[in-house]
Design a protein around this ligand. Structure first.
Ligand SMILES: [Ca+2]
Length: 106
């Protein structure tokens, strides 16, 4: 998209959004435009980023969210620690698990 088109789109967006634009923003198709969907749309339409890059970041999030809760939290951290423990061997597992308990992460 060229600068002229971007400025034209920005001017149009300032006036508000029509039904088609709202539909384009609604990535998950739940009929509502959430804040992140709005931000993605604005970033992509102003060429600050691409949908491909956003998709890559979403995939990275999914990889980090080991328990598929939709959030990154201590459980994901523990999963990562336990996985690295398996690589280090049984003795280290006990030590690290105790460390995690002591740190109130469980
Ligand atoms: Ca939505």
């Amino acid at each position: 998209m060229r600068r002229r088109e971007i400025l034209k789109q920005a001017a149009a967006l300032e006036k508000g959004f029509d039904k088609e634009q709202l539909k384009a923003m609604d990535r998950d198709g739940d009929g509502q435009v959430h804040k992140n969907e709005f931000v993605y749309f604005m970033l992509v339409s102003s060429e600050k980023t691409t949908m491909e890059y956003i998709k890559r970041m979403e995939d990275l999030f999914d990889q980090l969210d080991k328990d598929n809760s939709g959030y990154l939290d201590e459980a994901d951290l523990l999963y990562k620690i336990e996985r690295s423990n398996k690589k280090l061997g049984e003795t280290k597992v006990e030590t690290r698990t105790q460390f995690v308990r002591d740190a109130d992460l469980v």
